[in-house]
Design a protein. Sequence first.
Length: 129
Amino acid sequence: MEVFFGTWKLVKKVNFDEYLVAIGILHEMNNDVIKPTDTFYQDGEHMVFTIKNSHFTRDVRFKLDEAFYEDTKDGRLCHSVISLKGGQLVQVQKWDGKETTIIREIKGSNMIMTLKFDGVEGVRIYEKV
């Protein structure tokens, strides 16, 4: 898990807008102007990742392999589980009978986030700050 610790800034996205459309998220503004950073750290028994962009800051506190509720700030209240599998952080979010899988992995100096929903796959690439 420690390999994820630190702050990561988004540098590239591939098919991410198509993923957002597939899960039903509509943004009033072009999300190209949103420059998120994700910060991962440990706080006692919990892992935390903080997502910060020009519109909000959101902390996700979790214990590996334990279910929790997640307010995604995009209109979804998800039942989520995050697991560490083969060096990947695998997050499954469920809401309104839907399910998406978000896989984070470290490749070189990048964190690659792959988001999958109903046959649509988006990718976000981050660099460590």
